[in-house]
Design a protein around this ligand. Structure first.
Ligand code: SF4
Length: 89
């Protein structure tokens, strides 16, 4: 189970996060590269951009389901989703 109290400090604040049980397999970074990035020095990934649309939420959930050690959680405080109709480029 991912633990919100044991997350990497570099995670962007919000709904999704990577906790310290990450083994650096890179799966989430491949599945959702806009949201997860590897810290090559420390050897783990972090959630660097919270999803802001339902499609991005689904992409992050796909990465979460594929994590082999269940290091990704989504029980943080969600950021408001932006409607595509009012999104600023
Ligand atoms: S899929 Fe899980 S173990 Fe692999 S890099 Fe992402 S958070 Fe770490």
């Amino acid at each position: 189970m991912p633990n919100r109290k044991n997350i990497w400090p570099k995670n962007a604040k919000g709904q999704f996060y990577v906790d310290r049980t990450c083994i650096g397999c890179n799966q989430c970074c491949t599945t959702a590269p806009r949201h997860f990035q590897m810290d090559e020095v420390e050897g783990h990934s972090c959630l660097v951009k919270q999803p802001t649309s339902p499609a991005e939420v689904r992409r992050c959930q796909e990465a979460m389901k594929g994590c082999p050690v269940q290091a990704i959680g989504e029980d943080g405080a969600p950021v408001p989703l932006v409607s595509p109709a009012i999104r600023v480029a």
